[in-house]
Design a protein around this ligand. Sequence first.
Ligand code: PLP
Length: 458
Amino acid sequence: MPETKIPYKIYLNENEIPTKWYNMRADMKNKPAPLLNPGTLKPMTAEDLAPVFCDELIAQELNDTDAYIDIPEEIQDFYKMYRPSPLIRAYFLEKALDTPAKIYYKFEGNNTSGSHKLNSAIAQAYYAKKQGLKGVTTETGAGQWGTALSMACSYFDLDCKVYMVKVSYEQKPFRREVMRTYGASVTPSPSETTQIGKKILAEHPGTTGSLGCAISEAVEVAVSTEGYRYVLGSVLNQVLLHQSVIGLEAKAALDKYGVKPDIIIGCAGGGSNLGGLISPFMGEKLRGEADYRIIAVEPASCPSFTRGKFAYDFCDTGMVCPLAKMYTLGSGFIPSANHAGGLRYHGMSSTLSQLYHDGYMEATSVEQTSVFEAAEKFARVEGILPAPESSHAIRVAIDEALKCKETGEEKTILFGLTGTGYFDMVAYEKYNDGVMTDYIPTDEDLEKGFAGLPKVDL
Ligand SMILES: *Cc1c(COP(=O)(O)O)cnc(C)c1O
């Protein structure tokens, strides 16, 4: 390891875990557009949202003004079990790339759920418990969110019903068992247990499901079961708020050594880890105190930012959820089954969508074989087996570091390593066997999704 003052891992102390979440929206001049009631097309009020979401979470969802929100002590205590998460200087990767760039990553995979999702799951379970609810329902795609939520619910003794996208349910039996071990019930979606599930199955027999279908089912069960609410692990403002702990810790660690990143990179599915990682940096950018280049990385097979439309759309396939203004491929868009790397949601956080629309951040898309190539390179030199989702960020971090090698620039790069990939070995197997392929939707494929966008004139 080269001689330097900066250690391989920068740990914060337990008492440096944030005690407040940071709400980027407070510093945005153009606020994200409000959620709309799908019936009236009027902005959703707290009252409209109350049958679906927990009260305190609704307040957070609609709060565009308070920059800081206290993290309740019970949540701070839980965070202490696995936070602060390490900020790692990727010395070995830098060496392998022979780059003058300085690369740092914030590693969120060091908890049993294997990803950053626990940061929001524990907050959402806490508020559900505080409201005296019996349980919560949710959907899960690759399984990380369901796992995180089942851990959080077992901690607060809440019932947890998970609708798991059928293709993942079948491909990832071990994820399913982890959830059941923490006490959750797991149903493959679409299922016969809901009206919307039956309808989707009748229209698309044999479908392997999508996140949008699973959301519709979970919402239906929440609103029709006494003492239950629905919770969501990404996309929503409240989730980005909870995930701000990632960025706040990363910034505090870098500040200890006077390091300022030039480029901040994160993978983008619904936008929660990226929104959380960039929060305090974006805050400085919005307030005109500092500038950073911020890059969202998405799969070429599900390119919401780079090829989507900025429009109001349904958040779910069943069209029961509120409309959100976001970069979207259309709620009917179902990514190719060949796509292994997660990040399959058709839309994107409305906060990040607004920031992207206003030019505060960039986006790029990458193909999955190049993502796995980056994942493998990273695993071999840095030791951590990355989640395919996280590896989208690794890909672009490596590409930016290689550009520095060409130009000789010593840029500082920070990226989010959102999780580990132990449950993704079927995808790694495909890559190792050389049978992984890339799929990029044609413009015509995308037009089909856009055709289903609701007509909203505002
Ligand atoms: C869920 C997940 C993502 C993508 O979700 P975002 O809300 O966009 O952060 C990325 N990485 C991992 C490991 C995940 O579990």
